[in-house]
Ligand binder design. Structure first.
Ligand SMILES: *Cc1c(COP(=O)(O)O)cnc(C)c1O
Length: 338
């Protein structure tokens, strides 16, 4: 099957597997796994931050970030499409006892003005606005992204108003290969950053939360409390370090393929519209209120897997486990499917 369901389906390469097999490991709960320590210091340094912490998932890094920046009854401001709001089971309420102040952005992006308006005045009966979460790239926004220039006013506002700013950077590297901006530039704008290495970068498991020494110390306690302390996690961390060293540039190929397929979809009569394709995600809606399920069935008959992404929307995600002939086949099928 040609799997366009997600970039999480990517599997380790033989080279990555051999690096994993050879990894030096220890007990990371005691801070004694050398391969985890290598990954954590590499990630912290990349973003110009003091510390980092390895976790099994991006949901965990985001949930820990929310908890480390807030107190119960505080409020988090984010776009209505945000992963932390949409796809983390409402964990913010359960894990942190906070509420969400949802801002309707454009393709998942919100502005400093919108945030300024959302910040609560200081009354006994209102939650305290404490944290802003941005997502870059934005999954539900169709892979849209913020440039650093767009984030600077948001970062400035948060500083001025005493709010923390967290980045859900699950697919941040898909953005940076497009904009040419550096991880240091991004790091300077946020209090904490979460990156996923198990998506387009191709590691089997792993996300990293990056921030100040003090915040990451707190984060380690929260991780342990929710059962995320891992022991010989170095086998996984070694895969993540390998991915950061060898797979980042390849994301350009995924982005370019998504653009090509997005343009082709735009020319098909059965497609109503395609969200602007900016990175490796293509989200499109079907014309004539066609049921996405029947369209997905047709794709499946041609051995193409994808997911429904809204009442009339379909999502395709491009990733490193697709070959050039898979892309040709997708082009051929979407041009002829009825
Ligand atoms: C995938 C993803 C995450 C984390 O997902 P996990 O499956 O928990 O690793 C977080 N944010 C965004 C935007 C994502 O796409």
């Amino acid at each position: 099957m040609i799997n366009l369901i997600s970039d999480t389906v990517t599997k380790p390469t033989p080279e990555m597997l051999s690096v994993m097999m050879a990894a030096e490991v220890g007990d990371d709960v005691f801070g004694e796994d050398p391969s985890v320590n290598v990954l954590e210091s590499k990630a912290a340094k990349m973003f110009g931050k003091e510390a980092a912490m390895f976790c099994p998932s991006g949901t965990m890094t985001n949930q820990i970030a929310i908890k480390m920046h807030t107190q119960p009854l505080d409020e988090v401001i984010c776009d209505h499409y945000s992963h932390v709001y949409q796809y983390e089971v409402g964990g913010y309420a359960n894990n942190s006892g906070v509420s969400m102040n949802i801002v309707p952005g454009k393709y998942g992006k919100i502005t400093a003005d919108q945030i300024a308006q959302a910040i609560r005045p200081d009354y006994d009966w209102l939650p305290i606005s404490r944290l802003v979460v941005l997502e870059n790239s934005c999954n539900k926004g169709g892979g849209s992204y913020y440039t650093c220039d767009e984030i600077i006013p948001i970062s400035g506002l948060c500083q001025q108003r005493g709010l923390s700013l967290h980045l859900d950077g699950a697919r941040l590297f898909n953005v940076l290969v497009e904009t040419g901006e550096s991880t240091h530039q991004v790091g300077a704008l946020f209090d904490s950053i979460s990156i996923c290495i198990s998506k387009g970068l191709g590691a089997p498991v792993g996300s990293v939360l990056i921030g100040s020494k003090e915040k990451i110390r707190k984060a380690r306690r929260i991780r342990k409390a929710i059962g995320g302390g891992m022991r010989q996690a170095g086998y996984l961390a070694a895969a993540c370090t390998y991915a950061l060293d060898h797979h980042v540039e390849d994301l350009k190929i995924d982005n370019a393929r998504a653009k090509k397929i997005g343009e082709l979809l735009n020319r098909q009569a059965y497609v109503e519209s395609v969200r602007p394709v900016k990175t490796n995600i293509v989200v499109f809606s079907l014309a004539d209120k066609e049921d996405p399920k029947s369209f997905l069935d047709k794709l499946k008959q041609h051995e193409i897997g994808a997911v429904q992404f809204g009442p009339h929307e379909i999502r395709f995600v491009f990733h490193r486990d697709l070959h050039e002939n898979d892309i040709s086949k997708v082009e051929q099928i979407i041009s002829t499917i009825k």
